[in-house]
Design a binder for this molecule. Structure first.
Ligand SMILES: [Fe+2]
Ligand SMILES: [Fe+2]
Length: 355
């Protein structure tokens, strides 16, 4: 078999207040709470799963609640931001207007060349982006030869060529009263981290996950730093929801620190248990230290680290979130795995009710 992931399965983050996180992702960003459970390794704290379409892989953002933990910070070996996908510039501007009217501070829309983007933070400081589907990665090199050239962005996309006041003033002209169907976010568009060694990281993402380098350019906000993109790319098409990107940083740059407001790990997809087992063997064969297969109830998982220290998971698509409650009632009840059911009474007294 060929070891090429279909893209992101989920990203997992740390929040300080599950109720506040629920209000933000459900009411402001329009995600469904598809599972209300506890952190299996710390069962008196919540683990909330947000997603679309019943929690299909690639649409999932999950949150550990660490009420007493310190704030983390982004840096080398961590994730800087997670981008969520929207259709086009109109829907992007509608999101800006909607977020602003919900007291979320938004920057952009920025023309990133390959897509257009706005940026904001969740209540704990996790940086989020909403990005359009196009124009695509073939605007500056042919679709069958992506990643070969070192691309210098047009000056209009760089800080010295941008009119920040004009960008800040752009928004949808009408008030947005509610998230409309065309605004619906379709899932994880890309994930961006920081690396002190883009060559080593790229080699790792290619051999461990089968992702291909599709763009070599610079960070369009800090143009003296590199920005590389990888994805599931077969020389003709790029699979949506598979784009991992890294900003290159100096070897003296600060390291990421785990904690509230940061991404705990990112997960890529495996088709099923059999493929996950094969993937584990493949990683071991590459000399990559990988955990045993762990049962996460809604999927099975293995974990390993990227060269910069970023925690990576591979998770199976099945069985999914309808395994322990009906698909039209996902997220309503506190669900526990069988091995924690005997502790339910104690757990329920220790975690606050969510509404
Ligand atoms: Fe995970
Ligand atoms: Fe981004």
């Amino acid at each position: 078999m060929s070891f090429v992931t279909k893209g992101f399965h989920h990203t997992t983050h740390v929040c300080s207040d599950a109720g506040r996180t629920l209000a933000f992702y459900r009411d402001v960003l329009g995600f469904d709470l598809v599972k209300k459970t506890v952190n299996f390794d710390m069962p008196t704290t919540y683990h909330l799963y947000f997603g679309k379409n019943g929690g299909s892989p690639g649409t999932l953002l999950t949150y550990f609640e660490w009420p007493y933990a310190a704030r983390g910070r982004w840096g080398a070996g961590g994730v800087h931001h997670v981008a969520l996908g929207t259709t086009d510039r109109d829907t992007l501007l509608k999101w800006k207007r909607w977020l602003t009217s919900n007291d979320v501070k938004v920057s952009g829309p920025y023309n990133r060349g390959y897509f257009h983007s706005i940026y904001f933070q969740d209540p704990d400081g996790q940086v989020l982006e909403i990005a359009t589907e196009g124009p695509g990665f073939d605007i500056d090199e042919p679709m069958d030869r992506l990643g070969e050239l070192m691309i210098t962005p047009d000056i209009s996309r760089l800080p010295q060529g941008r009119d920040e006041a004009e960008i800040a003033a752009q928004t949808w002209p009408e008030p947005i009263e509610a998230i409309t169907p065309e605004m619906d976010l379709w899932g994880i568009h890309h994930v961006t981290g920081h690396s002190k060694d883009l060559v080593a990281a790229g080699e790792f993402y290619e051999r461990a996950l089968g992702l291909k380098l599709i763009k070599k350019t610079v960070n369009q906000d800090v143009p003296d730093l590199l920005h590389y993109f990888w994805a599931n790319y077969d020389g003709e098409t790029i699979l949506p929801g598979s784009d991992m990107t890294l900003f290159g940083v100096n070897h003296l740059a600060r390291d990421a620190r785990e904690g509230v407001g940061q991404t705990h790990h990112i997960a890529f997809r495996a088709d099923d248990d059999e493929q996950l087992g094969a993937w584990r063997e493949h990683l071991l064969g590459q000399g990559i230290a990988v955990t045993e297969i762990r049962d996460r109830n809604y999927f099975k998982s293995i974990y390993f680290n990227a060269p910069d220290g970023l925690r990576i998971e591979i998770a199976t698509d099945p069985p999914g979130f309808a395994i322990d409650e009906s698909s039209d009632a996902l997220g309503r009840e506190l669900k526990l795995p069988d091995w924690l059911e005997s502790q339910r009474a104690e757990i329920e007294t220790k975690i606050p009710e969510l509404s």
